[in-house]
Every structure is written in structure tokens, then in C-alpha cells.
Ligand binder design. Sequence first.
Ligand SMILES: [Zn+2]
Length: 685
Amino acid sequence: MDTNQAQLFARLQELRKQIQYHNYRYYVLNEPVISDYEYDQLYAELVKIEREHPEWITPDSPTQRVGGVVAEKFEKVQHPVPILSLSNAFSKEEVLEWFERIAKLDERVRNADFIVEPKIDGLTVVLHYHEGVFVQGATRGDGSVGEDVTANLRTIKALPLRIPISPLSRVKAPRSLVVRGEVFITIKDFEELNRRLEERGEKTYLNPRNTASGSLRQLDPRVTAMRPLTLLTYDIVQTDDDPPKTQSELLERLYDLGFPVVESRYCANLDEVFEAYEEYLRRRDELGYEADGIVIKINDLSLFEQLGVVGKDPRGAIAFKYPAREVSTRLLDIGVNVGRTGVLTPYAILSPVEIGGVIVKQATLHNFDFIAEKDIRIGDVVMVKRAGDVIPYVIGPIVDLRDGDEQVFVPPTRCPVCDQPVEHIEGEVAWYCVNAACPAQVVRNLEHFVSRSAMDIVGVGVNLVEQFVQAGLVNDAADLYRLRKEDLLRLEGFAEKKAENVLQAIANSKNRPLARLIVGLGIRGVGEVVANELARQFKSMDSLMSATVEQLQSIEGIGPNTAQAIVDWFRQPRNQELLEKLRAVGVWPVEGGGPSEKAKSIFAGMTFVVTGTLQRFTREQVKEFIERHGGKVTDSVSKRTNFVIVGENPGSKLAKAQALGVPILDEAKFLEMAEGEDALINSSH
Ligand SMILES: [Zn+2]
């Protein structure tokens, strides 16, 4: 290797490190420190080097997440030790019985402490790392033999391809490590996935768990890669390092290696376990994913081991299930909603019923095919499920309870809102109202336009939009910008202050980047990702308006249907009129003109604490350096501190950081990060 090659190779390694680090910040910590745009730049640079030097590609490169080929079937994997399941308890009494049972086997149980974790309703996976590199992943299967889903697991961005994630880690990867975790889809991602499918007229998924399981068991990893799977880990199945002594130590070790780790609570005794249960039950909807109970584990892992296994369940742990969120109720009627794109969606009107503390009166029925497939009839007693924050959904009818008065549902042939005939699009399951002036669609379109992913007009939600439309003040997005204070003051609920705030919020949105406006137009198939790409390629609305199908299709990520949908959208006279109106009111952004282009730096949003004497910096200098790069330096360590920089003769802040689990950097590591910063700035210009 000559010097140039060596430099290029060093750059490649640096890029991999940075991308891995930013993945971690984004997918594991949910605290990204660079923009998507900057991330894409880094990624593109790596791809370019690897294209020139395919011999440098290694399986742990971030570009290799979707590298697998389509498999014919999954190979079997023998697990190194049995992957156990858990016995269940459905009441406090059953938990107490379990406790008494194991206390009789071993008196030490009476003084045991516990770790409590939410029981994630996902799919168990077993992950193998060799020399710090992810080499194999399998499903649980029957507990002794699972299926090899390595290629699919690689596509999950939260899964570290290489451990530890530098430069945060205080620990080294063991030579061999087997970790257990759960693959799942968050409720937000699940609903977003369904929303997009609905917009495209495709079948929606029934629930997050089945979607996750189906996605992980795809033979084509490219399909898996398109599903929003994520991961949390909670167990070390095998390690050739010293095994952790307690479950809390185990979780901490996973965290230090850079794994996404399930949240947990330490409980000194069983009373605290019950308190934790109550708290988790209360917060059930806040977790962001489906959990059907908590897992109670004896913290002392040697005691846990010695208690042994009964059947396939370890004695030292038990699942304490939450009350069911499936109930039966009568289906009174079936209503039909009209969406933004005109798609008709049926929903169940139910005899009101309480599910997990919430009164449910409506539930989704997905689409007309679902009603037919499940043979759901008006008047049926149906099973309804509400899980997490997912919109309640009908599982199916209880056929045995029919009395013959039930009525088969016939999908409408006219739009329930504007009474125009509905149309079916070849190859899609959905029916559409194609009347662009349909009031339902006008409201939905405006709702979309003001939403956070589009123009983000704060304080203008669906209720206001409906009010504007009903009052005849607004018929399309451009009308929002023509609203006057005296118009608003005539509306119910509007006083001086509120009117001013709303007008200010609308005016502020004029400066949104081009991509936001493109999202706001609500073109079928054009979400945030596609809109960003369009904005980057076309730079202005004027050039996007005249794009051809061929031009659009040549852009990565845009298929023939979306390309056609975009061209069709711009051809519609009604939409052309909207664009002219938007231009006239000054909503006409150009890519690269806005303040959003301001480069962020690697320390943006991070809080540092410095303790001890540094070699290269005085206190003032290090403070100034961090602030110049977007970070902040504070005096005391708290949970909010991102890093503690430790020099010579550190004070009590070090101990506090260790107690709180705040990552610690020595001066060398900090400088490594800082150099990453310089490289980053150079790469994005
Ligand atoms: Zn209609």
C-alpha cells in the first residue's frame, strides 16, 4: 500500500467508526448529533471508497447491513445452551406462591433482591459475536434449535455490527459473546407503516408483533430492511469473560458494549417489585412498544443458576402479566372514513366497552377485504384488542354467539361524504373517492399540510382546520396564508391573543425548507425520505414541476408508481392552481436558501463535565473548545450529563459519574472525538 492508499484506508476506517457512532446515537440513544444530510454524506463517502476498493469490504462495515442474498430456506442453528421461556403469574398471589416455592428450595431467596424489566411483546433472538463482530443471529425456535436469520438481523440499525461502540466504551469485547434480545416494532413506527400502506392502497398490518415476526422471517433481507424493526437486549447467554455476578451488572455490561438495553428497575425486596409492577402498568402506554407484563428476575445470578430449571422455565424468574386488553363487545355498525388521498377505510362502531382503563367506542377494521375475510357482520359480538397506544382493532367475530339477525356489510359505492361514485385502482385493495373537491379530503389534506412532518404549523391542528373549512375561510393550503386577523376573530373561541399566535405560526412556516413543502403537498408515495431526495435533486419547485417520469425514476428510491403519481399530481389543474397561489403568497422555498443549512457539529446538544487537570487544555480552553463546537460545559454531574472528561487527580465528580453510569472520557478519548469532529466538518463541505 502506498501513502495515498494508506490514507484512504485510514479514512475508510474513520468513516466506519463515525457512522457506527452516529447510528448508535440515532437508533439506540435517540439523540442524534448530526443531521440526516450530514450522515448521508459520510455514508456516501464510505460507499465510494468501498466501490473503488471492494477488497476492503468487511462484514462489519455499515454498508453491509443489506448485503445478504435471497435465501431458499433458513438454516437451523443449535443454541449453545437452552434458550429458556418463562412461567407466568397473573396475580399478586401467584407471584407470592412462586416466591414461597423457591424460598423453600433455597433460604437465600428470602433476602434476595430483584431486577424488574418490561416484558416486550416481540420475537426472541440470539446474537453471536466473535472478536467483537456480529457473526450470527438466530430465532429462539423451540429453545434448543432456532433459525439462522443473520442477514435479516444485520438490517436492524440498532443492532451493533461491531462491539464495543467506540469511543464511549469502558469495556472490551470478549472473544466470544452470545446475547439474547427481543426484536420488535415500536407503536409509532407500526402506525406510520400502516399509514403509508393505507395511502398506497395496500393491506395494512394487524399488530406490531406479527409484523415484526413476519418481517424477521423474510427470505429476502431487502424486504426486512424496509420494515422498521428494532431491538432491545436483556441477557448474556454465554461469554468467555468473567460472567456478570448480578442481572444489574449484566445489563450494565451490555450497555457499555453499545447494545440497546431494555429499561429496568432494581427492587430490594418483593414489596418493591409490586410497586414496580404498578408503576409499569401505569406507564404501559408510555413505553412506546407493546409490553404484556413485567419480568421479575432474581438479581444474584449464581443463586438464579442454582435454583435450576423446571421444564423450559428457570425457577429464578417469572413473568407477571398485565390484565388482558382483549374484550368482547357488540359491533353496532360499520362506518367509513375518507382519507387524505380519498381512500375509504372502514371502522367499527362498538357498544362502548372498557379496555385497560380506557372506554373504547370505535376500532379499526383495516379494509373491506379484512371484513370479508373474517366474515365480520353488523350485530356480531366481536373481539377487540387495545395494545399500547395502538388504535384499537377488531380481531374477529365470535361466530357461536350469532342469533341470525346479523347483517353482512356491503362496501359503499358512493363516497359517504360527497356522494360521488368511488373507484377501485387496479392492483390495490382500497377504494377511493376521486373527487378532489370532496370536503373530507380538503380537511385531511390541510391537516397533513400543517402536520409536524410537513409544514409544522404549531398550534394549528385538525380542529382548527375543520373550523376554517366549515367557516368557508380556507379551501386549500394557500388560503391559510391569506387569513386575516378579523377573519379569525369572528370564529368561535378566538380572542386577540389566540388569533395573533395562529397567524404568527402560519407566517413562520413560510421559511420551511423545500422538502417540507413537498411533503405537505400530499402526493401519493411521497413521504419525508422521498421529499428530501426530490428537494436535493431538483432544488426548486419550478424544476420539480416540470420533471418527467424518466427523470424521477432515475432517482434512487423512487419507483415507477411514485414517479407517475408525482407527474400526475403536477398535471392536475387544481394542483397547478394551488401552486400558483402558494407562489403568490410567498411560500416558495428554494433548496439551500434556508437557515436549516447551518452545519451542526458533533457536540451539538451534548453536556460535558470536566474534572481533574488536563494536559492539553486549561479549564477555560476546554470549555471554550466544547462551546465552539456546539456543546455545553456544566459544573455538576447529573443524569443529563453526556460525558465526563477526566484528567489527573479527579474529584468526587468521577465517583458520581460512575454511580450514575455517565460515560467517562479520558483526555485522549476526548481528543479522538474532537478529531472526529474536524473530519466531519471537512467531509460535509
Ligand atoms: Zn368524497
